[in-house]
Design a protein around this ligand. Sequence first.
Ligand code: ADA
Length: 559
Amino acid sequence: MERLFETHQIRRSRECAPLWTLTTLDEGGLPRPEKVVVPGVWESHPLLRRYRGRGVYEQTLRLGGHVRIALGGVSFRARVFLDGALLASHYGAYTGFEAIALNQPEGEHTLRIEADNRFDADSALHIPNDYYAYGGINRPVIVEEVGDVYLVRCQVSTRQTAAGWTAQAEVTVRNLSSRLFRGALRLQIAGREAEAEITVPGQGLSVCPLTLPCGEVDPWSPGHPALYPVTATLLENGAPVDDLIDRVGFREIRAEGKRLLLNGRPLRLLGFNRHEEYGSFGLSAPLEAMVQDVQLLRSLGANCVRTAHYPNDPRFLDLCDEAGLLVWEESHVRGFSEAQMRHPRFMEQLLQCTREMVEQHFNHPSIFVWGSLNECADDTAWGADCYRKIFALLRRMDPGRPVTAALLERPGGQVYDAPDLISINLYPQWYHDTPVREALDRKLREIARGGGAGKPVLVSEIGAGAIYGCHDPFGEAKWSEERQCAILKDQIASVLAHPDVCGLFLWQFADVRVAEEWAPSRPRTFNNKGVLDEYRRPKMAFRVVRELFRAAAREGGAG
Ligand code: ADA
């Protein structure tokens, strides 16, 4: 399932069977085609641990009529074919896309999906990085039969007024036929209902706004994550022809002075950066592992998680909605220099991936901030302009959420005036010996001078490494679990004691595999700063952080 609840009662929708035939096309691949599981990454196959190339997935399935194939994520580029005909191409591993085939005869058809995780000159965002660029179909593939007109998406924002809560929806409808469609749209939330007439031009799209006063509903918060189903139904001549079911939580989030407010109450953020990766399953963690990660985050006393450095599987976001874990979601780009940001396709590809993230994850109440451009060249005019363009897009698409970017510790930033929430990545005591408070104060002074005075500030990354099972009785050696504990203790205590910081995200939740190009500074070819290893075995730091986070939450941190 692509989500954790039924998304249609009218539309015929099903997930493809799990076994697909995988053929590899490049050197270092499989000697012959093999059956593999989808969703999955090919690196989980013992022969493909380091395969970087193209893979062709095939499956035969029965279908007919207008077919919509929804792909949750293919790494890194994809092409989708039905019976040999190209239906769609897509760039970016971490957002979904659709492929449409019209008027298919009822019967057996061959679906072929090509995935390609090579780094190439045409790809601006996908480079050897401090995490692994897996290959394959990493999220579910859904096959649907739709009519001439179908619902593309339904985005809902919630607002508190004197008369109670209001839901504002924008429903997008697509017409596959060439004739004008006239019909109606019905929206149901929290026992309330609204209906509006709609027309959709032939082979076109219409966006229909609908407002629904919902009165006294249970608001969503970390302590009380109340969720409500939203049903959008498309009607033709009064009869339902298509539907979309999603969930919303009623909440408002905004920056006010140096604080972030959720439904008017200040947030104190205690969280983790988490890569979407699990042991030998890589980027395509099974649902059980996602559930366990949410349980581990909760038991650590965290109230938030950052999806470093790309949009996550909607099922993980569903789990966060249910658990009341606040989410910082960001679009995919990490650590780019100005030269990399000057790649001719950089802006176009980043805008596309950012737009898809917001469109697809808009309704998750747990997402409290949108981010992008982690540690890029905010210290040059060119880089700063890229930040401003992305912030502008995020604000235009979603005026209801603050925007941010995790900025580097080094001085010279030129965008402190631009985000609603200023976020900084600091590694004192790990990459350099400056006392934590001194490093933090230095950066805060620079932010204030650079146009960020009076805004909320968050430490988006801070942390230290340890190799699971590596011990030093003296507690001094870097990479020992003891030294990681000592550094994290100091970092957490110093950040939380600072009156001008509204919280922190530790780097990081669990160890992650990195690109081989990073091996010289990354023992095991892993980023080892997790408080758990990649199989979720806790390091000594797990208990240390749990005690500190729980104590901070008791003092009013958990929201
Ligand atoms: C950066 C970056 C992370 C990771 C971290 C580290 O801040 O955002 O992706 O590379 O540093 O471990 O050094």
